[in-house]
Write a protein of this length. Structure first.
Lengths: 366, 332, 287
């Protein structure tokens, strides 16, 4: 007993020692060195914290890692606590920048102590995934999709479905509908789309990050919905595109505004953004669901970073502004391998103008 | 020195004074008994202060919801963040149902384990099993949730639930379609999570029952089980109750794991196959994204209600265990 | 104890005895089963990712291999240490009050109920409370706030376990100490607490095991960090939050990291468990 305990104590100390050994490591920015530089904070280091939406987390973490390789003294951390969390924290000024999938409402903006700017960073899409034995291709119209989620179409072999998919072996079984139980930008985008295409949905349910779904099963997080669909045959659900691609689940080909059936793809998503360019407001708070265009995928949305126009700390402000500039230019190329769509070139130009508005103590930061 | 069984502690009185104590003694500082009592009382009071502070904080946060909905919050089933209408009944039901189910499953098993470890198990077996039961407490709740989704729920859906529907389907508890996910899955996962607490604390409680009591019963001709039932358990009753209440507390407050397996549907139904929703889950699910004041207040009010539910269930548990173990000749 | 074997009543009692024993053995088997299943599941999924890198390197972005969770390991150690530094003394001392002085009075009852209610608060509510009180006051997320939130979660378990164990110490032990001239505080501290030490250790171990795996309270207090840090006043990475972040992502290599982290977490708690038990066994009273 005693020897076991001594061994255990030794292990704990060893663990702590190994972890602590990273503390005093010198910076090394050579090719061979993997992992982030582990300098303990010394003067000249700029530590920035951002928090918010979970959707862009993988992309942001890649950006911040790459940026840190370029500029080792700038250490940016991002934590995904949800869009609402991001909005709340930037309003309370406990973080340096926030992130949100859905744009802030006027009411939310009025609560902030300063003017908050929305900077679109990338574009995401919501894919409709399903699990049916023997069926890998499924076409749906907006009307049928909303009826399924309203609970009006209950079976897989309903006439509406078989009409659209005459070749598919649709079983005589109940459709299990899966939705997000936690409030999320994904739900916000999905319900935004449903209410745009279905007046019934608009009156009965509405749009929001958390809504009262008329039927179905609530799963937590994208991975919860994906897991639910994957493990239960006869289920349909909505997830961020990356989850559909990574889990290799079959996705629905959805009919867009132009009448074409499209599956979600990075090109289709960028097309949605391009289609909305003509009517883009200056603050980018716009919905791009059901956008025009032949190749457009109808359920797409921007994800934003939220920063104050007027920053208190010039050093930090400059770092943030430069990072955002880099992200909308060099950073965009890193999106597609991770299943994030690039911003259209015209948007990047527009955003350059917005970033130039950022200032501290009256001086522009870029 | 003194009698055989538990003398060693008393015999150590004169061994090893801490050096700081010696210093104090040399300087004639009397660390009085009253001071000791006061210090411990202050720390005990901190628990009350914390609870009071949290309750006050929650009341303050939930005022918009309290004033708008009043008592209807308690019996309304309508929770609609878009229409800004909130009613908490399904969540209250879900929490109470899943926690009670977890207790019903976990308490007998945990007691069985504790009795086994203390009374029946051979020495070399008791320690490792005891360790592993304690280790169950270390598994993060996220992991329990994932295990629940990918291992437990499919097993329930394919094996246990059809079996229950087949044999006991006439009971209102086993109606409806077997989905795997749902109230039963939530109850089982919670039961597994609270098992270590109840079992480990009960084990220590049972171990502390003096040998004299045990030997007395055996000397009078009792069988092992009779000794346990008539002597050990009543002696340990208070401690076991404490263990059960700790377990209940954990079940009530568990967030992550149950959210992942209960189905998150605000429905009220006696059937265990149906989906449910617990109070802790709805707070965890909607808090991060809630932005309107009323929504946040409604969620805070649910937190406040959970205080109330915890209090009521605790009192209930106390009364129940007290009653059951007081009646002579009664089982358990 | 041999008894009149031919007695029918005795045979029935023996049967009941056998059944009860069978139940206990069955219960243990039933309890150990999910334990093995869950631990096996974690081990099976997590072992593949265990490597020296995991303990010594920082995370890599998606798609690049060789990353680790050094910062989260350190963070968990720090936050749990802070929580224990607050939670253990408060819990034990409060438990001593309840067990020794608080048996009869109103104040004792109020304290006991408070602790029981505290045991039932969702961890997220505790996190939000600490957010309002500590984070907003400090103006920043911090490891300290995370430690405080976890301490609040620890206190009820430690407190009530200490109380119950102290109550079980036979009165004659204390009386013997008092009879030998020890002041009350000595009788309590040196005799009763020492005797109850193994049981108190169980409470502490259970509490620490539980808080090591808590995610929700840390999300709004310690937040998280992508870099190595030991600063108590700044956000810090922790294993449960990293597990959560990675588990909800769509990427397989992050899932692998999450499972490995879960395995390491369970292992860390096991190590602590062993160490704590050894410590108590070597210094506490022998039964």
């Amino acid at each position: 007993m005693k020897t076991l305990g001594t061994v255990a104590l030794a292990c704990t100390l060893a663990l702590g020692g190994v972890a602590l050994s990273g503390c005093g490591k010198k910076k090394r920015v050579s090719k061979g060195e993997s992992g982030k530089t582990t300098t303990s904070s010394s003067s000249g280091d700029i530590d920035l914290t951002g928090a918010g939406a979970t959707f862009p987390y993988p992309l942001y973490s890649k950006w911040m890692h790459e940026y840190n390789q370029k500029f080792p003294h700038i250490r940016i951390s991002y934590q995904s606590i949800g869009s609402g969390g991001g909005i709340r924290q930037i309003t309370a000024n406990t973080v340096d920048f926030g992130a949100s999938d859905a744009p802030m409402s006027d009411e939310e903006l009025s609560k902030a102590p300063g003017k908050l700017l929305h900077i679109p960073m990338t574009i995401g899409a919501v894919a409709i995934v399903f699990n049916l034995d023997d069926v890998t291709e499924l076409k749906l119209t907006p009307d049928v999709l909303s009826k399924i989620y309203l609970g009006e179409i209950k079976k897989w072999n309903d006439k509406a479905l078989t009409d659209l998919n005459p070749d598919a072996k649709l079983p005589d079984e109940e459709i299990t509908v899966a939705y997000r139980s936690d409030g999320s930008g994904t739900t916000a985008v999905f319900t935004d789309y449903l209410q745009a295409v279905s007046p019934d949905w608009k009156t009965k349910v509405g749009q929001g990050k958390a809504v009262k779904f008329p039927t179905g099963l609530g799963a937590k997080g994208n991975e919860g919905v994906a897991g639910q669909v994957k493990t239960t045959p006869g289920t349909i659900g909505y997830v961020e595109l990356a989850y559909a691609i990574q889990t290799k689940m079959p996705v629905v080909a959805l009919q867009n505004k132009a009448g074409k059936f499209v599956k979600p793809s990075l090109e289709g998503i960028s097309a949605a953004a391009a289609g909305a360019l003509a009517t883009m407001p200056a603050d980018y708070r716009v919905s791009i669901v059901n956008a025009d265009g032949d190749t457009t995928y109808p359920i797409a949305a921007f994800t934003y970073i939220l920063v104050y126009e007027e920053m208190k700390d010039a050093t930090k402000g400059k770092a943030i502004a430069n990072f955002l500039w880099w992200a909308i230019h060099d950073g965009q190329a890193m999106g597609p391998p991770l299943n994030y769509a690039k911003l259209p070139a015209e948007m990047v130009t527009k955003e350059e103008g917005t970033l130039k508005q950022l200032k501290a103590n009256g001086q522009p930061l870029i | 020195m003194s009698s055989n069984e538990s003398a060693p502690a008393a015999g150590r009185l004169r061994v090893r004074r801490a050096p700081w104590l010696a210093w104090l003694r040399r300087h004639e500082v009397n660390v009085g008994d009253g001071l000791f009592r006061m210090v411990t009382a202050v720390f005990a009071a901190s628990a009350v202060v914390l609870i009071a502070a949290m309750a006050i904080e929650l009341v303050m946060e939930s005022t918009p919801s309290l004033s708008k909905f009043g008592l209807s919050f308690l019996w309304s089933s309508d929770w609609d963040p878009v229409a800004e209408v909130y009613g908490a009944l399904p969540y209250i039901f879900g929490t109470v149902m899943s926690s009670l189910l977890a207790l019903v499953i976990a308490v007998p098993i945990a007691l069985g384990v504790a009795i086994f470890l203390v009374e029946l198990a051979p020495r070399p077996l008791a320690r490792p099993i005891g360790f592993m039961v304690e280790l169950l407490a270390a598994v993060p709740s996220v992991v329990y949730g994932l295990w629940g989704i990918f291992v437990l729920a499919p097993w329930l859906r394919e094996h246990l639930e059809p079996f229950l529907a087949h044999t006991l389907g006439w009971l209102p508890f086993f109606q409806g379609k077997a989905r795997g996910i749902g109230m039963l899955c939530g109850g089982v996962v919670l039961a597994i999570m609270i098992l270590p607490t109840i079992a480990s604390v009960s084990r220590d409680v049972l171990r502390a029952v003096p040998a004299a009591q045990r030997e007395g019963a055996l000397a009078l001709g009792a069988t092992r089980w009779e000794m346990i039932r008539a002597v050990v358990l009543p002696y340990a009753r208070s401690g076991i109750l404490g263990a059960v209440i700790l377990g209940l507390g954990r079940a009530l407050g568990e967030t992550m794991a149950i959210t992942m397996v209960i189905g998150n549907r605000a429905e009220i139904s006696w059937s265990l196959f149906k989906l449910g929703y617990s109070m802790a889950s709805v707070i965890a699910n909607e808090f991060a994204e809630a932005t309107t004041d009323l929504h946040l207040a409604a969620l805070a009010e649910i937190g406040l209600l959970l205080f109330g539910v915890t209090l009521l269930l605790n009192m209930g548990a106390r009364i129940l265990v007290w009653r059951v173990s007081r009646l002579p000749g009664e089982k358990k | 104890m041999p008894a009149a074997a031919a007695d029918l009543g005795y045979r029935r009692r023996k049967l009941v005895d056998r059944l009860a024993r069978g139940f206990c053995i069955g219960a243990t088997a039933l309890a150990v089963l999910p334990l093995f299943l869950v631990l096996y599941y974690v081990a099976e999924k997590g072992l593949a990712g265990v490597s020296w890198d995991f303990f010594t390197k920082m995370p890599m972005p998606v798609g690049e291999t060789g990353g680790g969770m050094k910062h989260a390991l350190m963070g968990t150690l720090i936050v749990v240490a802070v929580a224990s530094a607050i939670g253990i003394p408060v819990g034990i001392l409060a438990g001593i009050y309840l067990g020794e002085f608080g048996q009869g009075g109103k104040f004792g009852q109020v304290v006991r109920f408070s602790a029981d209610v505290m045991a039932g608060i969702p961890s997220i509510t505790v996190g939000l409370f600490v957010y309002a009180v500590v984070v907003l006051t400090m103006g920043s997320f911090s490891a300290l706030a995370g430690g405080i939130a976890l301490a609040i979660l620890m206190i009820p378990t430690v407190m009530r376990t200490t109380e119950e164990m102290l109550k079980l110490v036979p009165a004659h032990l204390r009386e013997a100490a008092l009879a030998l001239g020890a002041p009350k505080r000595r009788a309590i501290w040196r005799v009763a607490v020492r005797t109850a030490a193994p049981g108190i250790a169980t409470g502490v171990v259970l509490a620490i095991a539980r808080i090591s795996g808590e995610t929700a309270p840390l999300l709004f207090t310690a937040l998280g960090k992508d870099y190595f840090s030991t600063d108590l006043g700044k956000p810090i990475a922790t294993l449960p939050v990293q597990i959560y972040n990675y588990a909800i992502s769509p990427y397989d290599d992050w899932h692998q990291q999450a499972w490995t982290a879960a395995l390491v977490l369970v292992f860390m708690v096991l190590v602590f468990n062993l160490a704590a038990r050894a410590l108590v066994a070597s210094r506490g009273a022998k039964r």
